[in-house]
Design a protein. Sequence first.
Length: 419
Amino acid sequence: MRQSVRARWGAGAIRCAGVTPAPVIVVPSAESLARRPFPGRYRCGVSTPAPDRTASPLDAAEHDALRAAVARGDFDMSGTAQMFTRRRRGQETVEIRPYDFKRPERIGKEQMRALETLHEAFARSFGAGLSGLLRTIVEISVQHCEQISYAEFITRLPNPTSLNLLHCRPLDGHFLFELSPTVIYPVIDRLLGGTNRDVFVPLRPMTPIETRLVQKLLERAIGALREAWQGLHPMDFALGEMESNPQLVQVVPPNEVVVAITFDVRLGNCNGPMRLCLPYNAIEPLMDRLNSQSWLAAGRSRNAPDAEKRLVRSLSEASVTVDAVLATTTMTLAELRGLEAGDLIVTSRTASSPAMVRVEGRTKFVGRLGQHRGRRAVQIEPAGKAAINAAPASAPPIESPAAPAPTAPHSATPLNKAI
């Protein structure tokens, strides 16, 4: 093994170096000792030289192969530098997203998809309940499901609005349920008999009467929310405080992560947003259940026996129009124009003849007209109901045998008007 010896006369040291780095004995010289503040004290030590980090990790053959590749033009030396990333096999592209350290994502994608699916079921159930309450079609769909800070959620809300606190037992926390004024006032207009045409949305807090009507709406929302969460975990939601100014509601710190779910409510030609806020510290005990893939199937199998009962219960709350028709007649347009107050319209049936009882315009029963506690009433006849049920759906309405025209007095009813 060939070794080289180099003398460092200025430092008063001798270093021996070979293929394997050897320890170096450093002996201070007389001049260096004289320059020290305490000439009588010196220290000798043994040190190992640091490895040469400028040495190339490639051997001679690899250097030759690299030069040959550059000479052949296998590398594009022009243009900007390319970014190389490690990727899995079969993955074509790598998506790089900016990460905000001020707003960390504490809920995984799989859990967010589970929450979105859960509240899609809530939207369908709540929409069906509103359709029965308002007697019109109400469509509710999930628009966004994201995790943001609580401060960002509050800044998105209009002022004034209807921000409602929901107690969610047995969880230790509260949910926030927001109804936009563009949703509230069309619903109130419909509840009071309006048609949702050119609804005026005032920029003011709700009156006590409007608040009472909104509470009726929130009761249906809480029932639908309780039913949707039943598959994940039995929850008991209860309505707490109601606030019109979002800045006055502080359920969690401003930087706390929340799940914000935005719904789109469409009622006729009116539509508006509806929002639900789920603080992370409230739903954290249920995160493990959201990770499971079987909770949806378990919820469906558990609720399958009760599906028919829920459907019957929902249909039982629907309102229908029932009217009883004693008789109808036809006349010319000239006769119609000649009608005056006090004129009588003579029909071929007597006042004691059975009346046709219609449900939403379809004849379903036959009954007798009378009075009950001072009010007009119709008594359903069993024979008439059996005859109606036996008739095919496409058959014309069943009429009772026409009685001969009475001499006097005549039976008079308004034209095509239900009695």
